[in-house]
Design a protein. Structure first.
Length: 224
C-alpha cells in the first residue's frame, strides 16, 4: 500500500484525515500508534517530530507528512480522488482554509482543556479553566451560527476540508457542550454525523469510546 496513515481511531484529528481519505476514496493502510508505549513513541517521533497523530507516509513518493491540514492538502494534490477538498479557485480555497482553522483552533482546541482537566488527579484540576473552555465553545458556536446561516457545508455548498475539520470538532465538543440555543450549528452537526465518511470514522472509533473521559450524562450523547 502506497499510503500509510499512522493514527489512533479515537483521536479527533485522526478522524479529520480519515474523513478526507474516505471522501477522496483513496486507498490507504491504517497503522495504529500507541503513544503510551515508549518504543512505539520513539519510532513515531521519526515520522512525526512533535509526536502527534496522525502522520502520513507515502512510500511511493518517499514523503512523510504531519499536521492534519497539510496532510489533506498533500492528498488533494498528489492523490486526488472522486472529490476535491480544496477548491482551485483562490478565494474559495481561502474560505475553506479559514473555516478549517476556525474548527481546529476555536472548537477542537477550545474543547481540549475540558478533557485535559478530567485526566488530572482531582486535586490538580482547574475548574476555572474548564469554565473558560465552555465559554470559548459557546463563543465559537455563536460565530458559526451567524456565518453558516444559509449554507449546507462550512464553506458553501460543497463538502470540503473545512467540514473534515468540523465533524470531529463538533462531535466531541457537542458531547461536553451541546449547541443548545444554536439551531444552525445543531443542524449542521447533524448533517455531518449523517455523512457516510463521518459515520464511517465514528464507527471505527466505537470500540474505543470507553476510553473517552465522559462526565455524567455525556455517555448517552455518544453512539454505542
Amino acid at each position: 500500500m502506497t499510503l500509510e496513515l499512522h493514527l489512533h481511531p479515537l483521536s479527533s484529528y485522526c478522524w479529520k484525515v480519515l474523513i478526507a481519505l474516505y471522501e477522496l476514496g483513496t486507498p490507504f493502510e491504517a497503522v495504529m500508534v500507541n503513544l503510551g508505549d515508549p518504543a512505539a513513541r520513539d519510532a513515531h517521533l521519526k515520522l512525526s517530530p512533535f509526536g502527534k497523530i496522525p502522520a502520513l507516509r507515502d512510500t511511493a513518493r518517499g514523503a512523510e507528512v504531519f499536521e492534519t491540514s497539510i496532510i489533506i492538502e498533500y492528498l488533494d494534490r498528489h492523490h486526488p480522488g472522486r472529490a476535491r477538498l480544496i477548491p482551485e479557485d483562490v478565494d474559495a480555497a481561502l474560505e475553506v482554509r479559514l473555516w478549517d482553522r476556525v474548527f481546529d483552533m476555536h472548537v477542537m482546541d477550545a474543547f481540549q482543556p475540558i478533557i485535559n482537566n478530567r485526566l488530572r488527579q482531582a486535586d490538580q484540576r482547574d475548574p476555572l479553566a474548564t469554565e473558560a473552555a465552555h465559554a470559548k465553545l459557546r463563543q465559537a458556536y455563536g460565530v458559526i451560527e451567524q456565518r453558516l446561516a444559509g449554507r449546507t457545508w462550512a464553506a458553501g455548498e460543497t463538502f470540503s476540508m473545512a467540514d473534515c475539520a468540523a465533524a470531529p470538532a463538533l462531535f466531541y465538543a457537542g458531547v461536553a457542550e451541546p449547541p443548545e440555543g444554536f439551531p444552525t450549528v445543531a443542524a449542521y452537526r447533524q448533517r455531518l454525523l449523517e455523512r457516510p465518511s463521518v459515520a464511517r470514522a465514528i464507527e471505527g472509533a466505537k470500540p474505543y469510546f470507553h476510553m473517552f473521559p465522559a462526565a455524567e450524562g455525556e455517555r448517552a450523547r455518544m453512539p454505542g
